[in-house]
Design a protein around this ligand. Sequence first.
Ligand code: DGL
Length: 269
Amino acid sequence: MNNNPIGVFDSGVGGLSVFSQLIRLMPNENYIYYGDTINLPYGDKSKEELVEITGKIFDFFKSRGVKAVVMACNTTSATTYDILKTKYSFKIYPIVQTVAKEIALKNYNRIGVFATNATINSHAYKREVRKYNLRTEVFETACPKWVSIVENQLQNDPESINDIKTQLDLMLTNKPDKIILGCTHYPYLINVLSHYAGTDLFINPAKSFAENIYKDLKEQELISDNQNNKIEFLVSSNPDQFISASKLFYDVREAKEIDLSRLTVNYNL
Ligand code: DGL
């Protein structure tokens, strides 16, 4: 069981911000990273579509005998985790729920969240933070253009910079103590963001999320010590763009295209 792979997924390269932290803490695991680039951006999809997509990915991971699945995607954690969490026997780690709990316990007064439309519309960050701490006020802002800015590496384009600055200015009117980068793509934009506000203002949740996963797998004695571990990168379309956009967080040398659409989904919506 310990040497069974860990499945990690996102709509594209964003989840690599989490993956790079996982590999740092657990270098001997077998990993399957799935970037669902054909369905990108997840943030503009409905909850029903996201449940169907995530179910197919979970079914695929199940067919590969994973011991755990890391939802390195805020959008699917926010919208599908509660529906799918009881349908599989492997461990499931959702980013939003894990990060929100940690933030809540830090007792900030005012927290900002930048995320995709679907994450913001679900109000999952607000709900999860307030489960543990009713004192913390949560201000949520959707940044729908940022995922394609990252996937297409347009972060230095004047139009992109203008959009990033506009959303940041809007958020700063709430006077947040910290701003969560609540989409795994957004840490790629930290250079632009910290040009207009202190780097310390922003929380990239990838590191603490990975630490939580490591702690839990260790407690359950599920860590692998396999020296010949294997890492697979699979994408549903356009491996070349995935490889090229991966450079900032984890330099993917090769990725194989795979179509999960033929898998049957065995749950009811
Ligand atoms: N990176 C994902 C997230 O954390 C999904 C972004 C998207 O495809 O819209 O929300």
